[in-house]
Design a protein around this ligand. Structure first.
Ligand code: PEP
Length: 262
């Protein structure tokens, strides 16, 4: 049985105080309802708020992983403005996103960069969520499965099986046309994409890795649609953007992941 995994990607939102308040109310509510026990939960604040959010989580007693939205693959050097994986570890980060569509499509990250980051995160001992997904044009051209396959194969090039069997690598299927638009994939479409991705992992790494790897859905997931999405057999949680900025809504999504058929 795969444990559901829900992440809240705050993107370039919040300020020092609202980041703290969001973490305080979310952690309290998750912990009070013991949802942090049945679901793996992570939050991805902006880099500059990692430390205050880390301290809020520690004080709350809740089991919430601290996540980073990106990392450079080099451990140090002349890379102005970049943040390294050792720096993130130093700040208590446990899980890192790679290949988010906003980094691919707005900031120009290539499959090769996503792969270098994914390998560096996993080699460091941290967990990684590799984000993949097709654009609207690719979907309309019937290329959803081909794009997902290309991004999984490229993102995981030279990634060892152990990272998958140990569930330290999670895949987030996030159709680009669904991110921040209010246009969620239907539960059936999400299930179909997730099942294809799992079959691909089976063909690349074998059945044990395919059974272990968690595949999150991302793209306008909210408190109203989460239960149906989470009830799909190959949907193992969610990566949540906009709805993670409201503690109550995020907690409801975690609740849906904990009780998928409720
Ligand atoms: C995301 O950016 O990972 C995401 C899923 O965003 P939203 O939930 O706002 O669509």
């Amino acid at each position: 049985m795969r444990k559901p995994f829900v992440g809240g990607n705050w993107k370039m939102n919040t300020n020092f105080e609202t980041a703290r308040q969001l973490a305080i109310s979310g952690a309290k509510s998750l912990h009070d309802h013991a949802l942090d026990a049945s679901v793996d939960v992570a939050v991805f604040p902006p880099f500059v708020y990692l430390l205050p959010v880390r301290d809020v989580i520690a004080a709350s007693g809740a089991s919430i992983k601290l996540g980073a939205q990106d990392a450079h693959f080099e451990p140090q050097g002349a890379l102005t403005g970049e943040i390294s994986i050792p720096m993130l570890r130093d700040c208590g980060v446990q899980v890192v996103l790679t290949g988010h569509s906003e980094r691919r499509h707005i900031l120009g990250e290539t499959d090769e960069m996503v792969n270098a980051k994914t390998r560096a995160v996993l080699a460091s001992g941290l967990e990684c969520i590799l984000c993949i997904g097709e654009t609207l044009a690719q979907r309309q051209a019937g290329q959803t499965d081909a794009v997902n396959e290309r991004q999984v194969r490229a993102g995981l090039a030279n990634v060892e099986k152990d990272h998958l069997t140990a569930a330290r690598l999670t895949i987030a299927y996030e159709p680009v046309w669904a991110i921040g638009t209010g246009n969620t994939a239907s539960p059936a479409d999400a299930q179909s994409a997730h099942a294809r991705i799992r079959a691909l992992i089976d063909s690349m790494y074998g059945p044990q890795a395919a059974r272990a790897v968690r595949i999150q859905y991302g793209g306008s997931c909210n408190a109203a649609n989460a239960a149906q999405l989470m009830s799909q057999p190959d949907v193992d949680g969610a990566l949540v953007g906009g709805a993670s900025l409201k503690a109550g809504e995020f907690v409801e999504i975690v609740r849906a992941a904990a009780n998928p058929r409720a």
